[in-house]
Design a protein around this ligand. Sequence first.
Ligand SMILES: [Zn+2]
Length: 715
Amino acid sequence: MNKLKSHALIYILAAALALSGCAAHRPGSVPQQTGKEEGSSRKEENGQDEETSPTYYYDKEYAAEDGWPWTDYSVFRSMDPSLEISEKDNFYAAVNKDWLTTTPLPDGYGSYDALAEQQMQVKADLMGLIEDRSVSAPDLDMVRAFYDLFMNWEGRNEEGLEPLKKIIQPLQEADSLKEMSEYICSYDTILAGIQPLTFYVSTDLEDSEWNTVYLGPGPLILDDPGYYRQMEDGDYAYQPIYTQAAAGILERLGYSPRQAERAVANCFYFEWLISESMMSVEETYAPDAIDRMNNHVTLEEIRKAEGDFPAAEVLEAAGMGQSDRYILLEPEWLEAMADIYSQDYLEEIRDYMIVNDIIIYMTLLDRDAYDAYYETINSINEIDGSLDDREAAYNTIDKYMNLVLAQVYFHNFADEQSRQEITDLIDKVVAYYRTMLDSEDFLSRETVEKAVEKLNALRIQVAYPEEDYDFGDASILPPSEGGTLMDAMYTIFEVNLNSELEQINQKVDPDEWSFPSHRVNAAYDSSQNSICITAAILGGSYYHKDMTPEELYGGIGTIIGHEISHAFDTSGALYDKDGCYKNWWEKEDYSAFRKRADDLISYFDEISVNSWTRCSGELVDTEAIADLCGVKCMLAMARDIEDFDYDLFFRTYAANWRSLYTSNIQYFAVSQDSHPLNYLRVNVILQQFDEFYDTYGITEGDGMYLAPEDRLVIW
Ligand SMILES: [Zn+2]
């Protein structure tokens, strides 16, 4: 029900940043919200703040450092409406000024953008259906039962922390390494408990026809191992917030305040210790990342490397002991676990699992636990107000049952005509790519031929899959039939596990979709050489029936161009036409391409977002290349259209990247998101094209100007 492949293989159009639950670390030099002293009117309850005029928090410290012309006005209320701003200086801000200065961040949201606006429409459609009890279908009934269980606060409050106790009690009682290993290998833990490892079945890196079992590190509270490396600075702004949240639950479970604090400290200590041997998010996007992760091993080799840590035993207990293939994602991590997993660290490992279980389950327990969780997340992300319960219920369905929800969506809301029109548009874009690749004189014929082969083999997924998903005979009992939310979670976990088990030693289903249809997004899957344009993104300002060609090209057109480009960017070069991890470029061609990409990386590395934040070129290069290529492709297609309105095209493009976020989410995005910040997806991209200079008469001295010799040429 919830099967999405590992992020290393799938490139999506935009990452969801709101409510990520991830802690952003900001260095100690962060200005303490300068100018925010008057900020009480920021957003009053019910969104009514007419009494006081809105306060703008703009301060020069939030601006880019000297030498960088653009301030990121997506930071919520950083833009003063009286500011005069020209298209020639900051195109993103000029086009989106009205939206940026009048749009509120919805209650419970830390970021909001054009994709989120369209997602709200999709949500409203689906919620209408879920709440209309005159309509029934097996998938819809399953979603509705889960929705009712989530909203059944009376039942949830009655159960209190009991469901959590059931998971962690055996863990609390594990006094020896042997008992700990038994706990980690038990079926209940495999289904529902946090373990210091993860495993899943997905496409084999080197042989994309087959599935393989992947083994890697367990989750960390702060998500990115890179954050822990800065921990010694004693500057971990958000750790105390998590400590408070988890400690509150531990005290409810009977711990004394001191015991609770110690347990959380133990958990962070273990995470800090193990994170040393794990790849940071930035490293997982580096050029050598897949090489580092592509380690085919046997179960015996895992057993030899694991020491007392029962990694191979967990795989066997989960039913994955008979796989012909295993990939060990991070051998250094397993080596470190072999060292750490001992009687000496028993307490730390136990507390790691207990605290992580608490964080994972808080939103599924009673009201007090639920509220305490959102208080934490809102405080970390600087979010005001709280999410409506109905929307929270929807988000939880989306998190744990995304394929069921996707199916409900395409059964009820997708339309065949849009699907056909978009498929035709993709054909046109593919035809353009053929010409583009063919005319690249920096590439040898060998590489060009292979590129065209890869283009010809591209799999295209538009709107919704041909066939329904198979959920087996899974059923979720609503509260009226005695079901509970945790029972439903166990059902979901079991369906997921069984569906993974069925794929072991089996060929990959080539028709499997890489992305659920109800998400307003698009994706390229390297392991299948496929692009996916979901049904949900075929609406709002991205696509509608009466669009002009300029709006079409500035909307879904650039998105299609973006996704196809991933087949040929620095990461796409590493996967062949069938999705196998194999560099198909001639050596010199690849070096020439890397040189171009390195120029782009250096350009982004220099960009100052504000006085304490710089971009990371290595993190964003593939997505920036895809954006460049998407726009280039549409501009080339525009040449065939008489009197093409370039101004409308550029405005449409810039408007589709409009976004707002809190400054903490901005920092989180810069350090973790492989997409550049939206104002850079507009300004950096457009300043590379002659058509843009000609349309607005941009010349030296203008903020958008870049000298011709400095412009980035990738394709
Ligand atoms: Zn992308």
